[in-house]
Design a protein around this ligand. Structure first.
Ligand code: 3H9
Length: 694
């Protein structure tokens, strides 16, 4: 049963009981209606309390039902709320922990609301690409005022119940036991004559509602460029302000139905579930015991090591920071301090917190100081010999059961594990630069990595607010292995007729934060050069355009050398197209006897994105990633793939794998076609009319 019904001295208590968050799925909705009717028909009942069991009042509509028949099957949420609102006996919503989306809308349909402090109150629907679809855009402005409501609706951000104590949303804030307070409140209002108050009957008071709505529309239009939902929220609120509750409700409904079918909403819901699914590893049960991480050590105080250390410090976990030389240690500490000072300046960190955080770092030059660490993350030079020295030393000093993690982005974690006598304790933790900012953490699972090590690292990742995705061992793991194919295509296109600025412009228009050439200039072109040199040795059969090598031979490594694919001016990160480089590209085509042609933006986008998709499919086939949504999470959180497209694999599903396959076969038959080896998984799924995500 998704709803419990109990009675307490004249009060009926309807308790949503649909773990984990009392989502308002069909059976829960039906249970509420049943409960209200039962209470109406029982003469002994004078009032009704509506509440939630477990860790939420309600997290809102059940998102998994969207676009399925259950979503529109009666009783819909609108019917449930109408039933609650029109109950002759007063309904008191007793809110704790979480009242979000449809959950808050349900509470707004009650006659009274009583809340525990510390409850998160939100209409977060915009974050899923929709708008509150069960009266939220109409009732919240009537409950807390136009401005506060519009802020909550358009941002989706949660507000703590105590902050709303005087907003008109709650009749009471329960300081003690919520259940008892709700019963007492219900008895009190149950003794009163009806009718009981309805939020829908309140007025929206605002001195200049029209002006404010116009102002909100203008601000939202620029902020929410690629997302249609926020503007629709304003349309619905405006309709209610101008034409009354019922007309507003009709506009809200219309907008909801349209938005829930948009690709943007599908992408955002995919990301919501993808983030949660990423933390689940198929053969590592949720109840796997975890190791306790009270003390962390980081080896290497460079940009990467310092950034990694900051993650733990920010979560209140003390860090021992090890370097080989005092100057390097001092430099690393100074950089960390500078980063925190910048946060203080921006008002993101309280000045007193700066010293507290710095105090959590113990700098050292001695491996002996690592003996108490529960987790040691290595961020030293990316060379197997250097890693060997570090891990052999760690094997000597680390306590038994300590997790030994490498931040390697390219090296074989199994080889690194084999430098120790405890490969089961070794794991890859691949942070992305800047490590204190980027959300992505690739957790690299070696062939001997213990399950409890994985479970521990995944849990810790949540604590340090990272999106952790598990990758098997392969060259480049998930993210960099795919990006290599993307860059390869970008370079071929230069040879065939495009110029860097055109390629970047096309893919940035598609929604990438940064095109491949601007990205490469930022990261340093020498990094890719080193990887290609290795490839020429290891995979001489793999064919690359030599245009990037030619650029590197001139010393144009990117922003750090004042020039790369673009020109840069001192103190200015703007990428200016470089006449010199463009001429070099054209000359290179000539020398390689390549007939330059006009390449359209559509082709640029297709070749870049499908190169990711094709490699992603191979990664799935090989079991390097366990699900397509993991790959999407890597690209959404680490590589600037546009969120509103949901990641490369979901995008491929949106285009249709049949079309992806045809395009790849076409490119395979054109110049540089040897780079396109169609992943069998794409052909298989396309033949079955399926996508990567079902
Ligand atoms: C809506 O209400 C539309 C209406 O306006 C109109 C309708 C007509 N549905 O985040 P967690 C699952 S739209 C289904 O790890 P936490 C989640 O997938 C809805 N499932 O926990 C996960 O499953 P699993 C508006 C949901 O404690 C588990 O619960 N509401 C839903 O860190 C635990 O989640 C929202 O957008 C749902 N609505 O945070 C709220 N919510 O264990 C979205 C959660 O299998 N939810 N799940 O991986 C949240 O923000 C957080 O989940 C919450 C709890 C704060 C509630």
């Amino acid at each position: 049963m998704a709803v419990d019904y109990t009675t307490h001295d004249g009060v009926a208590v309807i308790t949503l009981n649909n773990p984990p968050v009392n989502g308002l799925g069909l059976s829960t909705r039906a249970g509420i209606v049943e409960g209200i009717e039962r209470a109406q028909n029982d003469p002994a009942i004078k009032a009704i309390v509506l509440t939630g069991a477990g860790k939420a009042f309600s997290g809102g509509a059940d998102i998994t039902e969207f676009n399925t028949p259950k979503a529109t099957q009666e009783p819909t949420l609108a019917t449930v709320i109408k039933t609650v609102e029109s109950s002759a006996k007063p309904v008191v919503a007793a809110i704790h922990s979480v009242a979000m989306g449809g959950g808050l809308e349900l509470a707004l349909g009650a006659h009274y609301r009583i809340a525990a402090p510390g409850a998160q109150i939100a209409l977060p629907e915009v974050k899923l690409g929709i708008l509150p679809g069960a009266g939220g855009t109409q009732r919240l402005p009537r409950a807390i005022g136009l401005e506060a409501a519009l802020n909550m609706i358009v941002s989706g951000a949660p507000v703590m119940s105590q902050q709303l104590a005087r907003s008109g949303l709650f009749d009471e804030l329960a300081e003690g036991d919520l259940a008892e307070a709700a019963l007492a409140f219900a008895r009190k209002v149950g003794a009163k004559e009806g009718p009981h108050p309805k939020v829908r009957e309140r007025k929206i008071e605002h001195p200049n509602a029209e002006g404010f709505i116009q102002f909100a529309r203008n601000s939202v239009a620029t902020l929410a460029k690629n997302f249609p939902a926020p503007l629709k929220c304003i349309d619905a609120v405006e309709a209610g302000v101008k034409n009354g509750f019922d007309k507003g409700l009709a506009v809200e409904r219309e907008c909801f139905v349209a938005l829930v079918q948009t690709p943007e909403s599908r992408a955002l819901r995919h990301a919501f579930f993808g983030e949660r699914a990423a933390s689940k590893i198929p053969d590592v049960p949720a109840d796997t015991p975890v190791r306790e991480i009270r003390q962390v050590a980081v080896i290497g105080a460079g940009t990467m090591g310092g950034g990694i250390a900051m993650n733990f410090i920010n979560a209140g976990i003390p860090v021992t920071l090890l370097e080989t030389k005092q100057e390097a240690l001092d430099r690393g500490l100074a950089t960390i301090r500078k980063n925190y000072e910048a946060s203080v300046k921006k008002g993101k960190l309280k000045p007193e917190a700066l010293e507290e955080r710095m105090a959590l770092i113990t700098p050292t030059l001695s491996y002996d100081d690592l003996k108490n660490a529960d987790l040691i993350v290595e961020a030293v030079f990316e060379e197997l010999g250097v890693k060997e020295q570090v891990f052999k030393r760690l094997d000597e000093v680390a306590k038994s059961g300590a997790i030994l993690a490498s931040n390697t982005s390219t090296l074989d974690v199994d080889k690194i594990a084999a430098f120790t006598r405890r490969p089961q304790d070794v794991v890859g933790m691949h942070f992305f630069s800047p490590a204190n900012v980027m959300k992505l953490l690739e957790v690299v699972r070696g062939k001997e990595t213990a399950k409890d090590v994985l479970a521990t690292v995944m849990k810790l990742a949540k604590k340090i607010k990272k999106t952790a995705v598990v990758s098997g061992v392969c060259d480049g793991f998930i993210g960099n292995r795919m990006i290599e194919q993307y860059i390869r295509q970008a370079l071929f296109m230069l040879e065939e007729g495009a110029l860097p600025a055109q390629v970047d412009r096309a893919i940035e228009k598609f929604g990438f934060a940064m095109g491949p050439f601007r990205m490469s200039d930022l990261a340093g072109n020498d990094i890719g050069w080193a990887i290609r040199k290795r490839r020429y040795q290891e995979h001489p059969e793999m064919h690359y355009s030599k245009i990037a090598d030619r650029l590197c031979e001139t010393g144009r490594f990117g922003q750090k050398t004042g020039g790369g694919w673009y020109d840069y001016k001192a103190g200015d990160r703007t990428a200016y197209p470089s006449k010199l480089v463009d001429e070099m590209i054209v000359a290179h085509s000539k020398e390689t006897n390549t007939q330059r042609r006009k390449i359209g933006d559509d082709e640029i986008v297709e070749r870049l994105v499908f190169a990711l998709v094709n490699e992603g499919a191979k990664i799935l086939e090989e079991g390097i990633a366990s699900k397509a949504s993991d790959i999407d999470m890597v690209y959404l959180t680490g590589y600037g793939f546009p969120l509103y497209r949901g990641g490369p694999m979901l995008y491929a599903d949106t285009v249709g794998l049949y079309n992806v396959e045809r395009a790849i076969r076409r490119y395979a038959s054109q110049p540089n076609g040897d780079a396109w080896q169609l992943a069998p998984r794409i052909a298989e799924l396309a033949a079955q009319g399926r996508g990567f995500n079902g």
